[in-house]
Design a protein around this ligand. Structure first.
Ligand SMILES: Nc1ncnc2c1ncn2[C@@H]1O[C@H](COP(=O)(O)OP(=O)(O)OP(=O)(O)O)[C@@H](O)[C@H]1O
Length: 207
């Protein structure tokens, strides 16, 4: 079991709740706008505290309302990829890429910068500023930053939605490579059924 999630959160008039366990690979989270997909990723990442429940990853409890346990986001080792790359705009690509790597305890690093740069094909971008990247390039750098920070699992929130079709295909292949070559358990939010079918063995639909 990879992710073991049972969370509930009241947001305004809405109760957002989900309970699921994943087996590995990519699990797609689908549902209408406002169903709470981003809120659920935020709770798993530790950016938002659930009202009750638990979040476990590979058997480790990251949140549990009963015991009050709450592991802060920077210690969860979960990479979070947003729609837009969310790079630090005032730092070059190389700095952005190495940001989490520098902070990660050495025994949690499992990929070297050279390996990540080769895997993602971003060697030519290292001296650029984020504003000089296309959406797809920025997404590769954001993925590299997560991998180099020692992520043992990934959360992806509509990572293709800001990209044109050609760039979508490039990033889809990177995500398939992460699934097939790196084997990181991934929760993936999308509205797109085709994308879901292509990437995921399991789909969770929120109502
Ligand atoms: N910070 C917040 N404070 C209060 N309510 C919020 C907050 N963020 C989101 N919500 C509300 O919580 C609900 C779930 O929002 P969320 O962004 O998780 O949904 P979503 O399924 O990811 O939607 P979308 O597909 O449109 O991105 C919505 O009704 C939203 O208005």
């Amino acid at each position: 079991m990879c992710f073991d999630v049972d969370v509930a959160l009241r947001r305004g008039p809405r109760l957002i709740a989900a309970r699921f366990a994943t087996a590995g690979g990519i699990t797609v989270l689908r549902g209408v706008s406002g169903a709470g997909k981003t809120s659920i990723l935020d709770m798993i990442a530790g950016l938002v505290r659930p009202d009750r429940g638990h979040v476990r990853l590979a058997g480790e409890t990251l949140f549990e309302s009963g015991s009050g346990r709450f592991v802060p986001p920077e210690r969860r080792r979960i990479g979070y990829i947003f729609q837009d790359g969310r790079l630090f705009p005032h730092r070059r690509v190389r700095w952005n890429l190495l940001y989490g790597h520098r902070l990660a305890p050495p025994d949690t690093r499992w990929m070297t910068p050279d390996e990540a740069i080769g895997f993602l094909g971003i060697g030519d971008l290292l001296e650029r500023w984020p504003a000089q990247l296309s959406g797809g390039e920025a997404q590769r750098v954001a993925i590299g930053r997560a991998l180099l920070a020692g992520a043992r699992a990934l959360l992806m929130d509509e990572p293709l939605s800001a990209l044109d079709p050609a760039r979508r295909e490039g990033i889809l292949q990177v995500i398939e490579d992460i699934r097939d070559r790196l084997g990181l358990p991934t929760l993936y939010v999308t509205h797109d059924r085709e994308e879901a079918t292509r990437l995921a063995a399991t789909e969770i639909v929120l109502d």
